[in-house]
Design a protein around this ligand. Structure first.
Ligand code: PMP
Length: 329
């Protein structure tokens, strides 16, 4: 018999799939790593187990304890799977920009959710960082994983994501493209790939227009990537260069991925694919681009995949004239 003892054991080992239609005739293969097949639906499942195991080992989390974390959703789901397995209570603090399905998903897993305003600076007492700090102090037995400072995040990607990509491409990857939120993915997987390859893999950071990592800070709608500060989990020396991508291009590509490739993914996946295609454009058939698609589209059905929401946010053109697909062109 082949089965897992618990759903939390099924994290990782995600597949690569070639992009066929959105590549519009490029000769360089672009392979997408599909993180939504993780049991919680995102790459964040990978960091949760590492973080909780380390906290137990260090005596920061004891039986009956509570996990308190500021999260836009995906880290919360990953932590929820581990918390359910091990009997911890969960309290997640979420910026109101992320209201909708993601919060409903966290509640469905039995988590308590505290909403906070998005448009206040991190040091403000109502910010999601401040509120989670306060709850972690006030709740007895509380542990705050702090995904923006916890070295077990990048470590999880160094130990799993990086080796999976290297092995599945027989070491032939030449370019790795990933969005940067906490920076855990690109720091861990990027560092592994660079060290594994003798010729060097080029590491490309996909970044929303409005993120501090690649330019001026401003507002943007794509979720889970970009920041307005430099987190400790991100080692910027791993990144060779950035591709800065606007919401319009990110959302157009996100919708194309669902319609043309059958990949129902989130907005940061669309953003990363735009960056990957720009990267591939200058390359030849012997190069190999791998782009990481962090999460599932189920968290965006009332946003990117909703025509009314798209029109209300200035993207009517993307709804009324969907990008050409092989079926219509
Ligand atoms: N995309 C989404 C949807 C995410 O939730 C995250 C994690 N915040 C990322 C991309 C970026 O991953 P990382 O934190 O490892 O940089």
């Amino acid at each position: 018999m082949r089965y897992a003892e618990h759903i939390a054991e099924l994290v990782g080992g995600t597949p690569l799939v070639r992009l066929n239609s959105v590549t519009d005739g490029l000769t360089t293969p672009v392979l997408a790593k599909i993180e939504y097949v993780n049991p919680g639906g995102s790459s964040k499942d990978r960091i949760a187990a590492r973080i909780v195991e380390a906290a137990e080992r260090d005596g920061l989390l004891r039986p009956g304890g509570t996990i308190v974390e500021p999260t836009s959703g995906n880290t919360g789901v990953g932590l929820a799977l581990v918390a359910l397995q091990r009997g911890y209570r969960m309290v997640f603090v979420v910026p109101d920009k992320f209201a909708g399905e993601k919060v409903a998903v966290l509640k469905a897993y039995g988590a308590e959710v505290v909403m906070t305003p998005t448009h206040v600076p991190p040091e403000h007492p109502d910010s999601y960082y401040s509120v989670s700090d306060r709850l972690a102090r006030e709740i007895p037995g509380a542990f705050k994983p702090n995904q923006f400072a916890n070295a077990n995040g990048p470590r999880a990607h160094f130990e799993t994501t990086g080796p999976e990509i290297w092995n599945d491409t027989d070491g032939r990857i030449t370019h790795f493209v990933a969005g940067v939120g906490t920076g855990g993915t690109i720091t861990g997987a990027g560092r592994f790939l660079r060290e594994a390859s003798s010729d060097g893999v080029t590491i490309v950071g996909a970044d929303p227009d409005g993120s501090i990592y690649s330019g001026e800070v401003g507002s943007y709608l794509v979720e889970g990537v970009g920041e307005d500060f430099w987190p400790a989990t991100f080692d910027p020396t791993v990144v060779d260069r950035y591709e800065r991508v606007g919401d319009r291009e990110s959302f157009a590509m996100t919708r194309r991925l669902a319609r043309e490739e059958g990949l129902l993914v989130g907005g940061s996946s669309g953003m990363a694919v735009v960056a990957a295609l720009r990267t591939a454009r200058g390359l030849g058939p012997d190069d190999l681009v791998v782009v990481l698609l962090p999460d599932h589209g189920r968290g965006y059905l009332s946003k990117i995949y909703d025509d009314g929401w798209m029109r209300a946010h200035g993207f009517a053109d993307l709804v009324d004239a969907p990008a050409a697909s092989p079926l219509t062109s």
